[in-house]
Write a protein that binds this ligand. Structure first.
Ligand code: AMP
Ligand code: MG
Length: 304
């Protein structure tokens, strides 16, 4: 995954990243389904260990322009995972209750527990993306005027970096995915949404307005990646023009993150082991009718 992982953003340039992906890592479309299903199987097994071990937690953050394929990535990559071990949260335009709090509040309430995988479909990063591109949205936040200074965006990056460092120090592994779709591919996908009646619900006229600010968004994404990448919370810039390719990159990155943890199935301690042995003996000799001991089965000696 190394061509796509940004663990130190200082020299990051978005224009060096190819939304098609083939220049970085060739993958063949015909090999993709088998490769993905193997990766998804391994993720499911690792997730079970994550749950049993119950020490580490995992936070996956997805950010992208409209129609880049966030929903489809989440659906495919987590398709094998036990729903009980996974929590997906989508963040839309903030409600008035949410706007009454600081910008990290609503996502904090949705952080995963230990042993779980938490998925954020959009996140607190919207603060340095849509709000940065449309600074007039800041007014809804009712910040004290003295705090709205030219330093505000730099402070937002610092607060995010500090927050993620805190999470990492508490045992939460963070992987942040930017689905890097090209402007041309976005246009094709919008047209498809409009042309196919079953897909029209996915399109909102506002999407075209945001598309018109494409270059401002790309600068915001680039600065976000430059300022908030860290070894414990890397950005993964996922080539997203071909969906099957994006699914594989995200799945492999998740597998790598889980495989890098010392996940152990808990073993009972000596005292617990004795108790489990007693429980086993009692179960082995009890019948299904209440607690009365069963008759010895044929062939087994009554002394045993
Ligand atoms: P979608 O995910 O396509 O259904 O759209 C959700 C919309 O909510 C997007 O247009 C986001 O830009 C917007 N949104 C999410 N978070 C925020 C935020 N903190 N402030 C303003 N708009 C947001
Ligand atoms: Mg949308």
């Amino acid at each position: 995954m190394s061509p796509f992982v940004v663990a130190d953003g200082r020299n990051f340039r978005l224009r060096r990243m190819d939304p098609d992906g083939s220049t970085h890592l060739p993958l063949k479309k015909e090999d993709a389904p088998a490769l993905l299903s193997k990766t998804v199987e391994r993720i499911a097994a690792l997730q079970e260990r994550l749950y049993a071990h119950d020490r580490w937690g995992v936070l996956l953050i997805f950010q992208a322009m409209d129609a880049a394929g966030k929903d489809s990535v989440i659906k495919h990559v987590l398709s094998g995972v036990n729903p009980q071990g996974c929590q997906v949260s989508s963040f839309k335009v903030p409600s008035s209750e949410e706007l009454g709090h600081d910008f990290l509040w609503r996502t904090t309430a949705r952080l995963p527990e230990r042993g779980r995988i938490g998925v954020f479909n959009r996140s607190y990063y919207e603060e340095v993306l849509v709000v940065r591109v449309h600074p007039e949205l800041l007014e809804h936040q009712r910040l004290p005027a003295s705090l709205v200074t030219p330093r505000l965006w730099k402070e937002r990056y610092e607060d995010i970096v500090g927050f993620e460092r805190h999470l990492a120090r508490s045992g939460f592994v963070i992987r942040k995915f930017f689905l890097n779709v090209s402007q041309d591919e976005q246009r094709r996908r919008f047209l498809k949404r409009l042309d196919e009646p079953d897909k029209r619900w996915k399109f909102s006229p506002g999407d075209v307005k945001e598309r018109a600010r494409w270059h401002d968004y790309m600068s915001a994404y680039e600065e976000m990646i430059r300022r908030t990448s860290a070894p414990h919370a890397p950005w993964i810039v996922v080539p997203a023009d071909r969906k099957w390719y994006a699914h594989q990159v995200v799945a492999s990155a998740l597998e790598e993150a889980l495989a890098g943890l010392d996940l152990q199935i808990p073993k009972p301690r000596a005292g617990e082991r004795r108790e489990l042995d007693r429980a086993r003996r009692s179960l082995a000799t009890s019948s299904s009718r209440g607690s009365s001991p069963s008759r010895p089965s044929r062939g087994s000696s009554s002394a045993s």
